[in-house]
Design a protein around this ligand. Sequence first.
Ligand code: ZN
Length: 531
Amino acid sequence: MATLSFFGAAGTVTGSCSMVETDGVKFLIDCGMFQGNKTIRALNDEDFPFIASDVDFLILTHAHIDHSGLLPKLIKYGFDKPIYATQPTTDLLTFMLKDSARIQQSFSIRQNRKRARKGLDPLDPLYTEEHAEGVFPLLQHHGYDEWFEPSKDIEVRFWNAGHILGSASAEIKFPDENGHTMRILFSGDIGPEEKVFHPEPGGETGFDYIIAESTYGDRDRDDYTLVKRRQMLKAELVRGLSAGGNVVIPAFAVERSQELLHDIGVLLASGELPHATVFLDSPLAKNVTDVFIKHAHTLDDVAVENHTLFRDKNFRLVESVEESKAINLIKGGAIIISASGMADAGRIQHHIKNNIYKRNCTMLFVGYQAPGTLGHVITSGAKAVRIHGKEYDVNAEIRRLGNYSAHADQGELIEWITERAPIAGGLFLNHGDDDARSELKKLLAKKGIEEDMIHMPQFDETFELTAGDPKSKGRGVKSLGAGPERIPKDELLTDWNNDYAAFIVALSGRLNEAKSDQERRKLLAKLTADL
Ligand SMILES: [Zn+2]
């Protein structure tokens, strides 16, 4: 009997981690960090709901931290077996896990300072650079469409998932106790059809079970082409630069920064953009860009003959703090790309501080901004923002470009799933909130996948799987329950901290709008009465 457990990304989009157990062999698919509200992040500090040293191997779909970020914690808990991924993924991990460890270590220093003031003992960081380095000797890489055997009778191959450099879906087959061959496909994160660098996602057909992501299960984007998107970027940049100030772009270090550099490089080379100096100010993004250059021969839609990728004479890939600070002296005509993508940490905050109060500057947001992040506050129309304890007026032009996405939208997810049919045993929708999953489930049922074959696994839920028998279609899945609750379901997306932040924002808005101090006092008295 084989079982499948969902230890993360069930009803939410972070902390991807699933386990398959067959014939005494246990393996994980991804081991990602929980991100989002404080309650869900606290799960990172808890013990794993399994014994790390009992796991026989791990299959990693891609390098994003919400899929790979707890690998160093696995090492800390005694895991020492092979980790399989594509080569670009293993190359990216070298930089990303060390960067993540440094973030954990500096977070822990700050937390321990606060604890010391309260007379509390210091706590260890989630993991250290040493734990991250412990991951690297375990990494083994395989190319797309190449079968390998991580354990006797268990075969695996990767398919291009078109999401980020090196991203893969994982096809797994092994015999069940009746001698049938069980075929399972984990989608990993699926990319959109129109994406620079990567061909559209692929895969085999005919599976017993498919585990599919559903991030945008309830969202359809406007259709766009790479050329159209580049033209929209051009319009934003021309607009921003002609105002005389700088254009500041918060961007994720992996993939988004390289997409922007590539698009800007194409626009500069064709003379469609006025001369501008382009800074990529993020040490991680610079290292990741080098990994892209290493794998340039595998990328789509780029001309690599002259080794010009990311090498325009106007580009400055900044590493040192001194170089980064020197950018502050530039008053206009620069495009500054920096991480983090949601402006909640990193060097981008310095660039925002230096430009957001200036009327001739532009803040251009090109990615999703999660509630509670500085990026969300700015894009929600705040008149002033607090950064590093100081308040700055928002006078710059705030602009958004919504069509840079690394995820398939609703229509593309449905297409990817239905193209993998027939599905004999069942389809599990994970990596999506319940609204996205329910909507996707409804639409897939209309496309002919029986509704009782589509499952929305809950946090820590385990299922018993039997190889697909067309006669017992859909009934081959049995839930074995979910184990002790680690997080209340209604706190997967937002928790009381989010409610509190929203309340404070609403309150200060009401106080600002009030016509008199008397009205303000009345409002506060009314609220105090409820305490
Ligand atoms: Zn991803």
